[in-house]
Structure formats: C-alpha cells, structure tokens
Design a protein around this ligand. Structure first.
Ligand SMILES: *Cc1c(COP(=O)(O)O)cnc(C)c1O
Ligand code: SF4
Length: 462
C-alpha cells in the first residue's frame, strides 16, 4: 500500500525515454527556475508545503509554468503552495516553528493540528459509500450511484504532481486511511457480477495512470477475463495528459499500456479516459496532442473535466478556450465542478452565482460540439447538483438547480429553487425558496442517513 507522496517511481532510463523527476519539499530549491522567486516566496512554499501536500515534476516546471509570471501564473498556483492558502494564524504558527529551527516532531504535530482544522473529511470521502458484499466490507470501492462503481487500486494512490486545490489532500499525507483489501480485484469482480445494474467501473485515486502498464493490466485483464456481461465502460480518472503526457507517447511501457487499451476495445468494452485539465495551457504542447492521438488510435474516448477555481481558471474566456482546444484535439467536454469545502477552499472557491456566470459566458462562445459539458456541479452528499442559473420570478430572483446524479435516482432532473444568494459557495449555504424549511430531498436524505449508517455523508470523485 502506497498512500504517501514519497514513494519513488521506478523508471527505466535509456537514451530515448523522458526522465521523470519529481520535486517536493525536500528538493524544490534545486529547481533551476526557482531562482525567479524571492527568498520570501520560497519560504512561503516551505511553510504551506509543511501543512498541505506539494509535488511538482520536470514536465510541469519546464513545459507548463510561465516562470516570468510566477507566482501569479495559473499553473504555478495550481502546483506550488501559495501563502494565502493558509489563514494568517496558521501561516504564522508554522512560519515561526520553521524560523526557530523547531524539531521535526514539533513541526509535524503542529502541521497535524492545523490540518484537522481544514475540514479534512468534507463529505466522508472514500470511507463512505463503501459496499458490503457477502458480509465483508469492500475496501477501495465506492458505490454511490447505481450504474457506476469507483475503484481505488492500491498502487494508484499518488499523482505525477499535486493540485494545490485537491480535496483528496488528506490521502496524500496519510491523514485519510483508505483501506485496501489484499485481493481487491477479485472481490470487485464478484460484486459487479452480482450487481447487474453496474455498467461502469471508474478507476480513480490519486491517479491510476501513475501505475505501470504491468500493474494496471493486472486489474483490467482480471475484469476482461471475468467476462462481465453488464460491464460496458471501463473509465480511468486521470490527470496524466496534463501532468505527464509522456505516459502515452514515449515512456518505457507506453506500447504496453496502449496494447492493454486495445484489448479492452477488442473485448467489446469502451475505455473512457476522464481527463482532468484545469487550464488551456495544459493542452498546448505538441506532446499532449500526440498523446491524445495515440489514445484515440487505441480506441480510447477522452472526456474532460475540471473544477472552476480562483487564481487558476475563474474567467469565461479561459473555459471557452479550454473547451475549444479539447474539441479540436478530439476530446469531449464533460463536467465543470465547484470547489469542495476542504483544505484551502477559501483561497480557490468561486461563489455559485459567479461560477454559473462563467459557465454561461463560456458556453455561449463555443460550438454545440463543446456544449456536451455540464455544470457548474457540486459533488455533495445527496448527489451531483448542477446550478442551472438565476431566474427572475416576478419581483424575486431565485437560484435554480437540479440533480445530475442523485443518491436516489428519482431526484434527478427535477428543477428546484433557492433564495438568491451571491455569496453562497455550496448547497449548505443556500436557503430553499418560497419560505420552505427544507429542500425536497432533505427528509429522504435524512432517512437514508439513518438506515445506512455506513452510507452517511457524501463523498467525492474526480
Ligand atoms: C461523479 C461520480 C460518478 C460518475 O458520475 P457520472 O455522472 O456517471 O460521470 C460516480 N460515482 C461518484 C461517487 C461520483 O461522484
Ligand atoms: S486533483 Fe487529481 S491529479 Fe490533482 S492532486 Fe488531486 S487526485 Fe491528483
């Protein structure tokens, strides 16, 4: 099991293959471009990086970040800790310890104390929606929506770099203990066999594409060999196209990975890559275009998704450009998400009404082929809730929403209303419209909560 960010990645070095180099707290001062930052800015990275996970790599540093614009550059803000991600008080506490040369154990204890105040388990995350099968808990599996199970393979629990806004940050510093069963894939196979309503298995993490082709095929071939008639789609949630596109171009085992994807197709299943992109720049390089071509050539469909985040992509033109580039490269825009209430949310999160305006103004600029995207959407406890927009109802303004996915499928696609509130950032901040005490789903949600204690709060997903 591999739940920290410090596991070395084994690369076979040869003259032709790109060398992956990872940068973290202990070696970021070796980054050649880091000289562009002031000593204070480097110290800020250290202070924040002692609390929240930090990992970058040579591709992100050389190809994505515009160092002339750092620290305001969006990709820099996406991967390097920013001073304002911590509250003043937390920042000062950690800064003092570092300045005074405090012992490692003291720093760690302070970091953990601060972390516990950053709502590390916003909606239960991976400990919830964990199915029980034949009396046994299926660790590493989540089943919330009928058709799709999430699967967290044990070797896929880190990423090529970490996004500063990631709601899974507690996983990377060992604060959330995602448990994995030893024979995880066999159990998943039996579960899917029995639950014939399941059509999709979504590999998630971390990033499953951190795995070697050999490790990943161990999981996928087991699914194919099991010949599950109800299984239609194998999905992979990944940021590798943005953070390490070499994975699908010229890594040591690229051919083996693409061959595996072809086997999925040959077995009559669809392989869907749920690609995480946050900014159009991540789609600019020639290597990304080649990676996408190779994937498509192997029969893979690529759908794209991203949260809307302050300091990174909170303006309509950025989104329009991103969707347009994605379509141009042959990808299908899929979801725009809202920031979750955890970690540095106060720094990144965009109010619901503003997020809807960004969505709307971006959507207006793109062709119908990019309008496959849905959002902005909150992955909340009762389900995925889309902000449909602000409606004028006579004298009043209302916020209109609907479920895209519901804990109860019957909740989906019914418009419902909240009082207009420009400052709301999450469903919990909204009041039902027309003087109602509760939203239509809340009573039932509470009953569900009491019947399935395990299945209580929400969860998440990439
Ligand atoms: C978003 C999500 C899914 C996948 O939903 P789709 O709308 O089918 O993409 C599955 N499980 C969980 C827990 C999710 O949050
Ligand atoms: S958002 Fe995805 S790629 Fe980014 S750190 Fe989180 S799990 Fe990794």
């Amino acid at each position: 099991m591999n739940k920290t960010s410090h596991s070395p990645i084994q690369w076979v070095y040869s003259a032709n293959e790109p060398q992956f180099k990872s940068y973290q707290l202990n070696n970021f001062r070796e980054i050649p471009q880091i000289g562009k930052l002031t000593e204070q800015q480097k110290f800020d990275i250290e202070v924040v990086g002692n609390v929240l996970p930090f990992k970058a790599n040579n591709y992100v540093i050389e190809q994505l970040i515009d160092w002339d614009k750092a620290p305001d550059d969006p990709i820099f803000a996406l991967t390097f800790p920013q001073k304002e991600m911590l509250s003043r008080e937390h920042y000062d506490e950690m800064a003092q310890l570092l300045q005074n040369g405090a012992e490692k154990s003291v720093i760690k204890a302070a970091a953990n104390r601060i972390r516990m105040q950053l709502n590390p388990h916003p909606a239960g995350q991976a400990d919830h929606n964990v199915p029980v099968f034949e009396g046994e808990t299926l660790h590493g599996v989540q089943h919330k929506y009928r058709q799709t199970v999430l699967f967290f393979p044990s070797q896929g629990q880190t990423c090529h770099a970490y996004c500063t806004f990631c709601f899974r940050w507690p996983q990377f510093i060992g604060l959330t203990d995602i448990k994995f069963a030893s024979r995880e894939i066999e159990k998943l196979v039996s579960y899917v066999k029995q639950h014939t309503e399941i059509t999709d298995i979504l590999f998630t993490g971390g990033d499953p594409m951190i795995m070697s082709a050999k490790n990943f095929s161990g999981y996928v071939d087991a699914l194919l060999d099991a010949d599950l008639p109800n299984l239609i789609n194998i999905r992979i949630g990944t940021k590798a196209l943005a953070y390490w596109p070499h994975k699908f171009v010229d890594d040591a085992d690229t051919e083996e990975m693409l061959a595996l994807f072809r086997r999925v197709k040959a077995a009559g299943k669809q392989l869907a890559l749920m690609a995480h992109f946050n900014h159009p720049r991540e789609l600019e390089g020639e290597i990304v275009a080649r990676a996408i071509l190779n994937l498509k050539d192997a029969g893979v469909t690529i759908r794209t998704q991203s949260p809307v985040m302050a300091h990174i992509n909170d303006d309509p033109d950025t989104w329009a450009k991103m969707w347009e580039k994605q379509v141009k490269l042959g990808c299908i825009p899929y979801y725009m998400f809202l920031a979750r209430d955890t970690g540095a949310q106060h720094y990144f999160s965009v109010p619901l009404v503003r997020a809807w305006q960004i969505f709307r103004e971006a959507y207006q600029q793109v062709s119908g082929l990019a309008r496959t995207v849905r959002g902005p959407s909150m992955s909340a406890s009762p389900g995925k809730i889309q902000i449909l927009g602000v409606a004028d109802a006579g004298e009043k303004k209302l916020i209109t929403m609907r479920f895209l996915q519901g804990r109860n499928p019957d909740w989906v696609q019914r418009p419902f209303f909240a009082e207009y509130d420009e400052s709301a950032h999450w469903i919990d901040d909204l009041k039902p419209a027309f003087g109602e005490q509760k939203f239509f789903f809340e009573d039932e949600m509470e009953r569900m909560y009491h019947t399935h204690r395990h299945d209580s709060t929400a969860d998440d997903f990439e």
